[in-house]
Design a protein. Structure first.
Length: 643
């Protein structure tokens, strides 16, 4: 019988910096689902990778005195190591610098052009380089990027455009006809009301101001816009457009794209429109999850609040970190990350609940039956409730998983774990052990504990891939048939077993001491990266935007009603600039006349106390209360550039 396929993807991550715990959140979720589907018998294709082109990469590489490819190679190696550390079981890792991907993107671009859905024009508008995103004036947030809140750049260049507006009505109709396409519902409402119904504009899909990208084959000097490039990975990885397209035929359309909420619009508007233009099936679902936030704000390197997942895994193991990520937050919503919540969750759920249950059970089988569980049993009054809850838990987990309700699934499992712990207190095996006539009843109690733990080990395996094998070693479960999802169907598959006492799988942690140690470890990393913060440096390109020239003050006078302000007429070359400066307490109007000063000449004109100012005279301040004009040490012609 042919296996049913399941194709799941994460976004391909932008390697301009190393990833933080928020990026791990998406990938752990995708891995959890991929593992679950494999356990249910699906032929799974799980894709992740890196989006390596674009202006930002080119600039960062230049700042680091290296090539873009060499720069991304180092970070991609780090990302792959992180996914190995986090036990991510991807089936393919695609890089947009892969030759097969580049060829596919070029074929897609040419196909859209030949169809008439791409045309040549020129672009003038706003662009956020860190996000590699174009914005209209109305999309900006007080002049800044609506996603990262950084300043946007005014861009003007010859470009190709994709007729995105052509597909507006078709997209609205498709979303309305397929309510499961965008999940959760809040994301669907946002896409329709905030983007589609207000109207789509044609999308700029090539750049000419830099060359780190997929070349447009039929027009030298153009490179494909990164979002066309990046989005195409979902089919280029499957061999679409090549002679080796067996995977495309087998797995496409994708069952789900898992993405962060900030890039839902690219995956539910631009990507579907491209697929429609190519006459290709759309993915069955795009699930836009929320963010892991710190103190209510998104994690970002520029804010200095990123959490390195490797530090957490080194201290607690990947299973504990994975459990926290999937348990703490309802997938689809924003959730808060903090060290205290992580340690408390490890102590309560992992150490106290499941870890303690395993240790107590193995210890009692070892003590009362020399480590081997007898087959002879005598049911107790509490057993039926265990079997009923087991069946209910399995159904609940399966239902939650199909809806990406990872936290709900784990809540159900832990209700079962806590019920089994309570079962120990109800049946009091330590009292039964004192009465020889209760030997069969004691054997039965321990059997229900071991069999429950066997089932629990299966239920948590998609979330925590290492812990189940550790549990099974101590429980003496070696038969593969007893570790499958199918074996959950009937309570009582285990017949007998010989346990093996082992180490505590989740040691309890001293909360107060651990928080101090963890914060110290994270602060060391922060201090090491402090000099790398984007806010601390500007690039040579940023500096080049500032136009500074030598100017000569022709006339100066005080601004009426303003004790600190002088208004000066400054000749820069052949042009006279009127400049208002806060220097009246340090320089008289008479002192200013004839001075050669350094002037910023391309500032946006503003009015200060009702007087127009067309630039800035530079000055230095050693300490509060003292100010000195920035001048030159030799006579130089006014209008000369300052470099």
């Amino acid at each position: 019988m042919k296996k049913e396929t399941y194709y799941i993807t994460t976004p391909i991550y932008y390697p301009s910096d190393k990833l933080h715990i928020g990026h791990s959140y998406t990938t752990v979720a995708a891995d959890t689902m991929a593992r679950y589907k494999r356990m249910r018998g699906y032929d799974v294709m799980f894709l992740t990778g890196t989006d390596e082109h674009g202006q930002k990469i080119e600039r960062v590489a230049k700042e680091n005195n290296t090539t873009p490819k060499a720069y991304v190679d180092d970070i991609v190696a780090w990302i792959k190591e992180l996914w190995q550390t986090m036990d991510i079981s991807y089936d393919d890792f695609i890089r947009t610098t892969d030759k097969k991907h580049v060829k596919t993107v070029q074929k897609i671009f040419k196909a859209l052009y030949d169809k008439g859905d791409i045309y040549k024009s020129s672009y003038e508008g706003w662009y956020c380089t860190p996000c590699e995103t174009f914005y209209t004036e109305r999309q900006l947030d007080e002049g800044n990027c609506p996603d990262c809140n950084r300043k946007v750049e005014k861009v003007k260049e010859e470009s190709y455009f994709f007729k995105l507006s052509k597909y507006q009505d078709k997209l609205i109709q498709y979303i309305e006809d397929n309510p499961e396409f965008i999940q959760p519902q809040t994301r669907q409402n946002e896409m329709i009301n905030n983007f589609l119904k207000p109207g789509l504009e044609d999308l700029c899909v090539s750049r000419t101001s830099f060359d780190w990208g997929v070349p447009v084959e039929f027009d030298e000097g153009h490179v494909v816009y990164v979002w066309i490039d990046a989005l195409s990975n979902y089919i280029s990885a499957l061999g679409y457009g090549s002679d080796e397209d067996e995977k495309y035929k087998k797995y496409w359309p994708a069952d789900v794209h898992l993405v962060g909420k900030e890039i839902v619009r690219f995956h539910t508007i631009i990507w579907p429109a491209i697929l429609m233009a190519l006459d290709l099936p759309l993915p069955k679902q795009v699930f836009g999850h929320g963010w892991l936030v710190i103190n209510g704000g998104k994690m970002s390197k520029s804010k200095g609040n990123v959490v390195d997942p490797k530090i957490l895994v080194d201290r607690y193991g990947s299973d504990a970190v994975r459990y926290f990520l999937m348990r703490e937050v309802a997938f689809g919503q924003d959730g808060n990350f903090n060290n205290e919540a992580l340690v408390q969750r490890i102590n309560s759920d992992l150490a106290n609940d499941i870890g303690n249950l395993l240790s107590r059970t193995v210890a009692m089988v070892d003590k009362y039956f020399d480590g081997t569980l007898p087959e002879q049993r005598k049911a107790t009054e509490f057993d039926k409730s265990i079997e009923e809850l087991s069946a209910k838990t399995i159904k609940s987990v399966e239902k939650s998983m199909e809806q990406f309700l990872f936290s709900d699934a784990l809540v159900s499992v832990w209700e079962f774990v806590r019920r089994v712990n309570k079962y120990i207190d109800e049946t009091t095996p330590w009292i039964l052990a004192k009465d020889e006539s209760k030997k069969d009843e004691l054997s039965n109690v321990l059997y229900y504990l071991v069999e429950s733990l066997r089932q629990i080990s299966i239920l948590i395996e998609p979330f925590m891939p290492q812990t189940p094998s550790l549990m099974r070693v101590q429980l003496g479960i070696k038969e593969e048939a007893l570790t499958t999802w199918e074996s959950l169907e009937i309570f009582g598959q285990l017949k007998t077993t010989t346990v093996q006492k082992g180490n505590v799988i989740f040691p309890r942690i001293d909360l107060e001491e651990e928080i101090k140690a963890l914060e110290k470890a994270q602060n060391v990393v922060k201090e090491e990266k402090e000099e790398e913060k984007e806010e601390d440096y500007i690039t040579i390109d940023d500096f080049a935007k500032v136009e500074m020239k030598i100017g000569e003050v022709l006339e100066s006078k005080k601004v009426e009603g303003a004790d600190k302000l002088l208004v000066s007429q400054v000749k820069v070359g052949e042009k006279v600039h009127q400049i208002v400066s806060g220097i009246a307490k340090f320089y008289s109007p008479e002192e200013m006349v004839g001075k050669k000063v350094i002037v910023v000449t391309n500032l946006k004109p503003v009015k200060l106390r009702g007087v127009l100012s067309e630039g800035m005279i530079l000055a230095a301040s050693e300490k509060k209360g003292e100010l000195v004009l920035a001048t030159v040490d030799k006579d130089i012609k006014n209008g000369s550039e300052v470099r």
